[in-house]
Design a protein around this ligand. Structure first.
Ligand code: ACO
Length: 327
């Protein structure tokens, strides 16, 4: 008995911010952003839209496609780095109420951009435990709310959106979440962080400087880490299951930077065409990116029953995670 993907969904805001738009905000160019990242545009949510709204829209699509009622969900996990509120309540609880999942538990999972891959493994464990049947996981972000729009080195990278999956107890004939790698290297805590607002550096009477309350990233450190762990994870999953690269139909990477994906494909000696990429249209949507990619693949008819797929994520923490899926 396995754990199958019952449905996928995604939602992104309609407002598009192009590289040319960014040149009017900071000292940058379309050419620099395209060459250094592969990103052409990103979606940006309205000011009054919160992460739970974005997550809710993606959740509704996955529910409709799964053809189950919300009260058949046992758990809702929202992977996010941009919750509606610092600390509590969890964004997942807001989604749980709005979709009417009256019998579900709900919690947020904080693992940066690896969040969806982490959530897949957590949900797999909960279902395999025997008590739960259907679990909704959503990677959802409003990164535009934590970006310093004066910092050209980060503001061009990120976008908003959500990807959703419903995982369910399957029969032997169904596809399966076969295995995962879920790890962290906390020695990289400083490579990606928001310095102020938490218990380490609470906001007091005066608002801290914008650089303290928005996203900070050591781009080179993250880049090197990402190339290394992405390569290692794919190799390890293939070895564990006696598979070769030829057995894999798709690798669905966290959509951070084209150059990271290209470097991983070289090291793995895997053709770039095996890596599904849509970062040119959405930028880096953190925990949402793998779900948005899976949804796009579903809508294009690229996900075929029986195909092996590997997801690979890395992000703040630093965390990294990958899932081996037989679709
Ligand atoms: N436009 C023009 N020039 C720029 C811009 C910009 N938007 N941003 C930086 N530069 C300049 C810098 O000021 C620097 O100029 P200088 O040489 O005169 O000082 C030069 O470009 C090089 O800057 P670096 O930051 O050293 O460039 P780097 O080669 O590291 O590339 C990048 C930057 C693209 C961000 C790269 O480090 C990277 O992709 N890192 C990984 C980032 C990532 O994937 N983050 C997300 C993962 S985690 C998560 O998803 C939350």
């Amino acid at each position: 008995m396995g754990v199958k993907i019952l449905s996928v969904g995604a939602w992104t805001p309609s407002k598009v911010l192009t590289n040319d738009d960014l040149t009017k905000m900071v000292d940058t160019s379309d050419e620099w952003i395209r060459t250094m990242t592969g990103i052409c545009e990103r979606r940006i949510a309205d000011e009054d839209t919160a992460t739970s709204d974005i997550a809710y829209n993606a959740a509704k699509i996955a529910l409709e496609r799964a053809k189950i009622n919300a009260d058949e969900l046992d758990m809702i996990i929202v992977a996010t780095a941009t919750p509606d509120y610092i600390g509590f309540p969890a964004t997942a609880c807001i989604v749980q109420d709005r979709i009417g999942a009256t019998k579900a538990g709900a919690f947020d999972l904080v693992a940066g951009c690896s969040g969806l891959s982490y959530a897949i493994e957590v949900a797999r464990g909960l279902i395999n435990n025997g008590r739960m049947k259907n679990i909704m996981i959503i990677g959802a972000e409003k990164l535009s709310s934590i970006v310093n729009w004066n910092d050209r080195s980060t503001c061009c990278l990120f976008g908003d959106g959500a990807g959703s999956l419903i995982l369910s107890k399957g029969s032997d004939a169904d596809g399966d979440i076969i295995d995962s790698i879920v790890r962290a290297d906390g020695s990289g805590e400083c490579a990606l962080k928001i310095n102020a607002g938490g218990s380490r550096n609470p906001i007091k009477d005066t608002l801290p400087d914008i650089t303290e309350r928005t996203l900070y990233m050591d781009g080179q450190a993250v880049y090197n880490f990402a190339v290394k762990v992405n390569t290692e994870m794919v190799k390890e999953l293939l070895e564990r299951h006696n598979l070769t690269a030829d057995d894999i139909a798709w690798i669905v990477p966290h959509q951070a930077n084209y150059r990271i994906i290209k470097a991983a494909s070289k090291r793995l000696k895997l053709d770039e065409s095996k890596f599904y990429m849509n970062l040119k249209d959405y930028g880096n949507t953190s925990a949402a990116s793998i779900g948005i990619a899976l949804n796009e693949m579903h809508e294009k008819g690229l996900l075929k029953r029986g195909d092996y797929i590997i997801t690979m994520g890395f992000g703040a923490g630093l965390t990294y995670a990958a899932n081996l899926i037989k679709y």
